[in-house]
Write a protein that binds this ligand. Structure first.
Ligand SMILES: C[S@@+](CC[C@H](N)C(=O)[O-])C[C@H]1O[C@@H](n2cnc3c(N)ncnc32)[C@H](O)[C@@H]1O
Length: 560
């Protein structure tokens, strides 16, 4: 992949060559390369926390980094030049470069002599793994040009999880006490579509204890980073923020809670410098070996800076939460006043899955027929159908507004479930040309559905009942009360009342309307902002966070 690319000529080109990487290659290797500016921030974080762990006062370290503490400079720089640094998945080597240029800059700022000797010693402590041949060549050329030096560190090209720990250059450092800085941007790869990558780890004694469904490959790198850390060492990594709350990251959070202490966390709803990865929120975190639970962690949440003790970072369910103190107090009050969770009062149901809404280009490819534009299979646009009892109003995500629907649904779905099309030959005729596509759906293959049925029709009662609907993704809490029958896809949740309610005296519609008011409130916004799930700047209003929303006791008067 990189060897086929044009040889870049500037520092920026070399370390940002990821901008030219094809998306397919990227998705396969989890290769989202870190821009130099972010790598530099991470190196500075790691240096600060490492020096604090060595006993330097926070203020002295800040002064040193700002080139204001010359009394300590020679001593600190000498220590740093002896530090051992590893990047397990180094790609272009951006962190190695950021490390050396940070040291070089500090050395020059303090006007210390013998920079070359000093940088050469620092280089010998560096281990970069996963540098492919093209990267090594570029990285070496860059160091030569920037510092006039040949790279004397260790460059490896082995599987970080199965082979790295056994490499003599790594084993020796770990046996001698460990790495002082474990830095990087591990590959983000889910198991789906990459079962081959996970299979050897599931059967391996070292890794199987950390394996769980829905985890990410990057989590293994964090577990290994903890194995590699020296007593005062710091692991600084950049990852998507999913691990803070994801169900599949439970074992990762447990391991971090047992073996690590948080020193710094920077959280970004979106990271504009990270051109390659759009619409994802990111976390840069720094941890050291386990210390007291009262150790304070420096936090940056977007533009807000605050701190929290390690104890406060974990929620009651083991999620990692970054909540500024004032908002934390509000949240505690919300939780204290809540009598219920939404799940105590309501069913939270996901919408239906047809398995083939409309004929798309990919279907035509599959059938080897020419593509002549999209056509309805189960889902019809307004001008594609007339009235028919089998065609039901079908919501789009964007039809949902706050409090009520922003507009009436214009799409229709052919609600084909069990044998309800038996006496409707015209609909079977409509579906017949797509039979080959419909028969490929997993449930049809397994004999659970007939080829003409919806894949997951859900219980029809959830679409017919009075309900609250919510889009799965939205930039704020967005819940609409709907009285009439409407259907919708799996990217919409249908919230219906449970039968055994503590509000016997209250009318169903009135209670749902009161809940809709509450769910759209700033109180619920605050709760979802900190306790819910996110994808970049968007809330992910999935079933689990929705079910956990705290709900106060409504009196009959409130509901009125
Ligand atoms: C997210 S990229 C980060 C690269 C680099 N550290 C940076 O920040 O620019 C992840 C890197 O992990 C590498 N990778 C994937 N699986 C790996 C493995 N098992 N061992 C070592 N490296 C791996 C990919 O080739 C890719 O270069």
């Amino acid at each position: 992949m990189p060897s086929k690319q044009k040889m870049p000529s500037t520092v920026k080109d070399i370390l940002n060559y990821d901008l030219t990487l094809a998306d397919t290659v990227r998705a396969f290797t989890g290769a989202y390369y870190t821009p130099l500016s972010i790598a530099q921030t991470m190196i500075e974080d790691a240096v600060c926390f490492y020096l604090q762990n060595l006993g330097y006062k926070c203020a002295d370290v800040d002064d040193f980094m700002a080139a204001k503490a010359s009394a300590l400079a020679a001593e600190i720089l000498d220590l740093l030049s002896r530090a051992k640094l590893i990047d397990m998945a180094s790609g272009t080597g951006v962190f190695g470069f950021a490390w050396l240029s940070t040291l070089d800059k500090l050395h020059r700022q303090y006007k210390l002599v013998s920079t070359d000797q000093y940088l050469q010693r620092a280089m010998r402590g560096i281990v970069l793994n996963d540098c492919n041949a093209a990267s090594v060549e570029q990285f070496s050329a860059l160091l030569k040009r920037q510092f006039g030096l040949d790279f004397k560190g260790t460059i490896l090209s082995v599987d970080a999880l199965c082979e790295l720990a056994m490499q003599p250059a790594v084993k020796k450092v770990v046996d001698d006490g460990g790495f002082d800085i474990v830095i990087g941007n591990p590959p983000y790869i889910g198991e789906r579509g990459h079962t081959d990558l996970f299979a050897p780890l599931k059967d391996d004694a070292k890794w199987s204890k950390y394996y769980m469904g829905k985890m990410d490959y990057s989590y293994f790198f964090v577990h290994q980073g903890l194995d590699f850390l020296s007593k005062n060492g710091v692991m600084t990594q950049i990852m998507t923020s999913y691990f803070m709350t994801a169900d599949g990251a439970q074992k990762l959070r447990q391991d971090l809670q047992q073996r690590a202490t948080w020193q710094g966390i920077r959280y970004y709803d979106k990271l504009d410098e990270f051109h390659a990865v759009k619409n994802l929120s990111f976390v840069i975190f720094s941890v050291t070996q386990k210390r007291d639970a009262d150790v304070i962690c420096r936090i940056q949440r977007n533009a807000k800076r605050f701190s929290a003790s390690n104890r406060e970072l974990y929620s009651a369910v083991g999620h990692i939460q970054l909540i500024p103190p004032a908002d934390n107090e509000l949240l505690s009050r919300i939780e204290q006043r809540a009598r219920y969770k939404l799940t105590d009062l309501c069913h939270v149901n996901q919408g239906l899955v047809s398995g083939a809404d409309r004929l798309k280009r990919k279907h035509c490819k599959m059938l080897n027929i020419p593509y002549e534009g999209e056509r309805p299979i189960f889902v019809f646009k307004a001008d594609e159908c007339g009235e028919d009892e089998q065609l039901k109003p079908f919501l789009k995500n964007s039809d949902i507004g706050s409090y009520q629907l922003a507009k009436a649904p214009t799409q229709r779905i052919l609600y084909s479930v069990a044998d309800n099309l038996r006496n409707r030959p015209q609909w079977l005729e409509h579906l017949a040309p797509y039979r080959a596509i419909l028969s490929r759906r997993r449930e049809v293959k397994a004999g659970v559905r007939k080829w003409y049925e919806l894949q997951w029709p859900r219980a029809e009662s959830i679409f017919l009942a009075k309900k609250i609907v919510a889009p799965q993704r939205a930039s704020r809490n967005c819940f609409a009360y709907v009285e009439t029958p409407v259907y919708g896809s799996a990217d919409i949740y249908f919230i219906t009342l449970k039968h055994s309610l503590p509000y016997a005296e209250v009318d169903e519609a009135a209670l749902l309307k009161a809940l809709t008011m509450y769910l759209n409130s700033s109180v619920v916004y605050l709760w979802l902002n900190y306790k819910g799930k996110r994808k970049g700047a968007q809330f992910e209003l999935y079933a689990s966070p929705l079910r956990q929303i705290p709900v106060p006791a409504f009196s009959a008067q409130h509901v009125d």
